[in-house]
Ligand binder design. Structure first.
Ligand code: AVI
Length: 324
């Protein structure tokens, strides 16, 4: 981290991302192998995620967009005009404009760890909303972020769509919700609001299909992690001996993605040897799903009081407005 809090990718002398290597080596050494989902998103992974959102089985993006499109006037009434919209993540080209059109903000502040994504989406947004001050901040929003002086006097509305909160275990999700409060000045007496997307518990078949589409785009997204490890960390993983699995874990109310070894395999990563028996898996992602009550409980644990909740017509996905 630089003094100003900006996250910088820390590479060794050969250009390897040290945090990626540390997470992979630690995760592969565990009995239940596991690699954090954040490492899916290299250039190819980000493109594959975009493709996933267009698959017929993957309903969350369409359902959330429907709510943003249909309920804008209701958000606007509760939120009021001239807020600084603070987006946690660099924004989607479809969802962000829908929110900004609805709430008539005084400024837009996207926060993202990747300066590249941030600059691209901030430029596209400025073009679409010529009168709107846009202040991108390159930072890790899992911690408190200093917002630009220009928005200090404006009331804040946090925006965290996509049910990305569901990719975190509850302990991490609560830490993030508390960091959001701190970033938006809740501890200094401001009363920020938060509009957050949370996917809903539903039939196992619907959920498992959303994470195992017919076209195998999600399978490719999952397997891309193995290709990334081989390419960036000198890996020898026999990728053709792994299969994608998406399984509903009912105890923890989450879809788990795994990479399953279809036969016994031995491989190296960064000079370290690993072996897996047939049927062993690498756990690559959790995607928690919520009920009205579990969503509210998580928000309350993170310091946010839910005010109002909207769902799409088929009740698959929820957007919740909360107050610090
Ligand atoms: C980014 N995140 C909310 C997606 C999800 O649904 O959990 C990531 C994803 N993984 C597989 N498909 C989509």
């Amino acid at each position: 981290k630089a003094d100003n809090g900006i996250a910088i990718v820390d590479r060794d002398e050969t250009g390897v991302d040290k945090a990626f290597r540390a997470d992979v080596l630690k995760g592969l050494a565990q009995r239940q192998k596991a690699i954090p989902a954040r490492w899916f998103y290299d250039e190819r992974g980000s493109q594959l995620f975009e493709d996933i959102t267009k698959q017929p089985e993957y309903y969350p993006t369409r359902a959330e967009t429907e709510i943003l499109r249909d309920r804008g006037s209701e958000f606007a009434e509760l939120v009021g005009p001239d807020r600084a919209v603070v987006e946690f993540g660099s924004g989607s080209s479809v969802k962000t404009p829908l929110l900004l059109e609805a709430v008539a903000p005084g400024a837009y502040v996207p926060l993202d760890i990747s300066g590249e994504f941030l600059r691209q989406s901030a430029a596209a947004l400025s073009e679409k909303f010529p009168g709107l001050p846009v202040h991108p901040v390159e930072a890790d929003f899992m911690r408190k972020v200093e917002l630009p002086d220009e928005v200090e006097q404006l009331r804040k509305l946090g925006f965290f769509p996509g049910s990305t909160i569901g990719n975190m275990v509850p302990r991490t999700a609560v830490d993030l919700l508390r960091s959001m409060r701190a970033t938006m000045g809740a501890d200094e007496g401001q009363l920020p609001m938060l509009l957050i997307g949370m996917d809903l518990v539903k039939d196992r078949e619907v959920l498992e299909a959303a994470y195992a589409d017919e076209q195998d785009v999600t399978a490719e997204f999952n397997c891309n992690l193995l290709h990334r490890i081989n390419r960036e960390l000198d890996g020898t993983i026999p990728t053709e001996k792994f299969e994608h699995r998406a399984i509903w874990n009912d105890d923890f109310a989450r879809i788990e993605m795994h990479l399953l070894a279809t036969e016994a395999v031995d491989f190296e990563v960064s000079g370290k040897r690993f072996s897996m028996a047939k049927g062993d898996t690498i756990h690559t992602e959790n995607s928690h799903k919520f009920t009205r009550r579990s969503a509210n409980t998580l928000l309350l644990a993170g310091g946010w009081t839910p005010l109002k909740r909207w769902t799409d017509a088929e009740k698959r996905f929820s957007l919740i407005l909360a107050q610090a």
